[in-house]
Design a protein around this ligand. Sequence first.
Ligand code: SF4
Length: 314
Amino acid sequence: MQDIHQKLHKWYSINGRKELPWRNSEDPYHIYLSEIMLQQTQVKTVLERYYFPFLKKFPTLKSLANASLDEVLKSWEGLGYYTRAKNLHKCAQLTAPKLPKSYESLLALPGIGKNTASAICAFAYKQKRAVMEANVRRILCRIHALDDPSSDLLIEYAEALLDEENPYDYNQAMMDIGSMVCTVKNPQCEICPFLSMCQAHELACYDFPLKKKKSIPLKHENIVVELCEGRVKLIQREGRFLHGLWGFSASENPRGTKIGEVRHQYTHFKLEVSVYLKSVSAHKEGEAFSKDEIETLALSTVDKKILKLLTSHL
Ligand code: SF4
């Protein structure tokens, strides 16, 4: 094991993405934020559009706790998976000014699962914990030729491989190798520190873990936009999906003039929306907004697409 740890350490010291801002921060809140943002989202998107503006607006856990959910969702707008933002806000309210240090206490917080708790312990508090995320999972599955391992088995393999002398660099190296070398397509085995011990490479078969083919259902919705003197009716969503975001309401029996369609793909389904425009003589107070007012509200990507379609009518 010492040999592979030396190889990993050498690889990381030459190739590791040590410049990533959350790797240069000692602040557990910054590290926690990066872990949450990076779930389901690429490093490039987080780095270029979300991480710095979010921290500028909410520089501490306490400032996040004191903000309104609307403000937090506005800063999350476009990043998707809005439950992450709601849980982040809730966690801040439960723990500010400091996140707890123990794995168990972190795990008890909303939106913090085993992987995130391990990552916070490993990166923020330098504890001896093996981080498990999609890239690390792929490496372990390929090294051991695992088709569909249970999460317990993967953790067992990850802990057996962990460099207890230098867990921080070990975990960062694993994540970087997964995203830069042991990529989903065309892994670069010849430069990989695991080359001599990798079963996938020996088999010349890289389909580990096995991909389950999912068919993505298509859903259709009708949206009726009610317009009065340039002001548009919006609702603030209450259900679990997109909770807290503002948007247009769906209708089973649309009335008005059809002005177009918008499409969007979520992880589990595709959505096709027919958009209708209906002029009304008045809106109830507080339910309709001008174009400038809408700019200050947090809208989902689909609702933003509908808004774009409406531009010529406002
Ligand atoms: S040797 Fe190839 S398949 Fe195996 S872990 Fe390295 S890059 Fe991935």
